[in-house]
Ligand binder design. Structure first.
Ligand code: 3HC
Length: 294
């Protein structure tokens, strides 16, 4: 019998998975929701109380949508109340799995890993939801690199099926397999990739977003027509500029910066238009304005 409790959706039984998600932003709150929907004992941690409140509201909205479609096996309220919201890192003490989903800033991640190292028990798996920072580098900040792995979810986590599981050179085979099994128990369909800049998803996505922004910068077409081209001509669910606003232009800028620095390839160089938008607070949906107004 596996050591974590399987999702009630595939009632195979098993032990309880106690999971803490650190960072209550869009991704962290969505990831916590995914674990809670699978019946796992979930704690969402953020040192900023305001972020926790926003995260809770995100989860509430999303559960309501899913509830209206009868896509949940449990009442939305019950799922929401099963999540512990905490502003103290100490709350991850007894977790068997910790998912880090804080800002894409190395110093912040490093600080979190050094703090939780003093709290957690040996054998705890730490998974990072980083979208571009090296898993091998991050694993050098933890005590047990064999128990460290990338678990890259996609926005919105409750809807998107993929988890990109990123193996560091020191990640053990057994941890890789466990995270694959856990991802499936969450109703996700994982892929396994080795640590390389941008993994697969962002290595492929970022040049497309960049070319779309540069097409706008060069006056080739309007925001709407660039999006329409990709939506209707290439059959993507969202146009690339809508997607930038959806991901967050600051996040897109940070990922492109990491990839440009790592590969040295101009195909990843953040466009000046994107830089200027980020510096002027046009981050997309979350600030009410990006390529579009919300
Ligand atoms: N929670 C619950 N349900 C949600 C939801 C959420 N957070 N967001 C959307 N939905 C539901 C809606 O209620 C709707 O349900 P219905 O079809 O039963 O009415 C359904 O999903 C479709 O939503 P909408 O009608 O509002 O809009 P769309 O049809 O455009 O779908 C979308 C929304 C699923 C987000 C779709 O546009 C999409 O797949 N977009 C692309 C998303 C994407 O590419 N994500 C990856 C970004 S890259 C990333 O995350 C990696 C990082 O490292 C950058």
């Amino acid at each position: 019998m596996p050591w974590w409790r399987r999702s009630p959706h595939n009632d195979t039984g098993g032990d309880l998975l106690k999971v803490s998600v650190i960072g209550a932003g869009t991704m962290g709150s969505g990831i916590a929701q995914v674990f809670a929907m699978a019946g796992d004992e979930t704690t969402l941690i953020d040192i900023y109380k305001e972020a926790l409140q926003k995260g809770k509201a995100n989860i509430e909205r999303s559960l309501q949508k899913l509830g209206e479609k009868s896509a949940l096996s449990t009442e939305p309220d019950k799922i929401l109340s099963s999540i512990t919201f905490s502003s103290s890192l100490d709350s991850c003490k007894d977790s068997s799995l910790i998912v880090e989903a804080v800002f894409e800033r190395l110093d912040i991640k490093k600080d979190i890993f050094s703090k939780i190292a003093e709290i957690i028990s040996p054998g705890t798996i730490i998974a990072s939801n980083t979208s571009s920072i090296s898993i091998n580098l991050l694993s050098s900040y933890v005590k047990e690199p064999e128990n460290f792995i990338g678990m890259h979810f996609f926005n919105p986590p409750p809807i998107m099926k993929l988890v990109e599981i990123v193996k560091g050179r020191r990640t053990s085979e057994s941890v890789t397999k466990k995270i694959g099994d856990i991802s499936r128990s969450l109703g996700k369909d994982p892929v396994f990739v080795n640590d390389y800049p941008g993994f697969i998803s962002n290595r492929v996505l970022m040049p497309m977003l960049r070319e779309s922004i540069i097409s706008l910068e060069q006056g080739i077409a309007s925001v709407e027509d660039i999006d329409k081209t990709v939506k209707l001509g290439l059959n993507h669910p969202m146009g690339p500029l809508t997607l930038c606003d959806f991901i967050g232009n600051d996040v897109v800028y940070d990922i492109m910066t990491v990839l440009f620095n790592e590969f040295g390839d101009p195909h990843y160089k953040p466009p000046v238009l994107l830089r200027n938008m980020v510096f002027s607070g046009k981050l997309g949906r979350k600030t009410g304005e990006g390529f579009y107004k919300y």
